[in-house]
Design a protein around this ligand. Structure first.
Ligand code: GRF
Length: 200
């Protein structure tokens, strides 16, 4: 509940497939109040629609339906933003407005294999090329720099002999699908995740 006694509201930011986003839609029905996407034909949009989640497609100026995204988030009383496979760097004004209330999931053990251009299969390719013995996921707060915000949770998996990008990506996805909802549920229970309208 937020300070107005309403269930806290979540916006999910995603750019592509949306397997993590879909798990959030199903786990927090009614609470995921917005999907923000930067690609109008991304598969995640159909997943949102079939789960009755409103969709905002942003243009290159971060506008949607004629208004800045920041205004839409504010009007929608979003309490928590979850970036799950969102490929754009979030503008600093939104990062500041949601400091401590915006998280990202990354498919490596940050600070290793993070930063600009490190997403999707590229991460797993780099991990295997470096001869790592383990990889994993990092769920972290978002700050003004790619993949550098404070870590909330990391979970590891081993890299076995003969590991491929596909097999590693399946291991990582299983961790993501298990732990992202757990972290979101924990954050929703914390009082510091509050409604914007409370002004606190
Ligand atoms: C995930 O691996 C996530 O860690 C990364 O982008 C991927 C999104 O996958 N940020 P999906 O679109 O949720 O299937």
């Amino acid at each position: 509940m937020n300070t107005k006694g309403q269930p806290k509201k979540i916006a999910v930011f995603a750019s592509g497939e949306g397997s993590n986003a879909e798990i959030l839609f199903k786990k927090f029905p009614g609470q995921v109040s917005l999907l923000v996407c930067n690609k109008k034909d991304a598969p995640v949009i159909a997943k949102a629609t079939s789960n009755h989640v409103p969709v905002a497609v942003i243009d290159k100026d971060w506008h949607t339906t004629g208004k800045p995204l920041a205004a839409l988030l504010n009007e929608s009383n979003i309490d928590l933003i979850v970036c799950a496979g969102f490929l754009l760097k979030i503008p600093d004004d939104i990062v500041r407005a949601y400091q401590g209330r915006m998280i990202n999931i990354h498919p490596s053990l940050l600070p290793k294999f993070g930063g600009k251009g490190m997403y999707g299969q590229r991460v797993h390719e780099a991990v295997l090329a470096a001869g790592e013995k383990e990889s994993g996921i990092t769920i972290h707060f978002v700050n003004e720099h790619y993949d550098e915000g404070k870590t909330i949770l990391q979970k590891k998996c081993t890299i076995d002999a003969g590991e491929t990008v596909d097999s590693l990506s399946r291991k990582i996805q299983a961790l993501e699908h298990k732990y992202l909802t757990e972290v979101v549920a924990q954050l929703l229970n914390q009082s510091k995740i509050k409604s914007q309208e409370s002004g606190e």
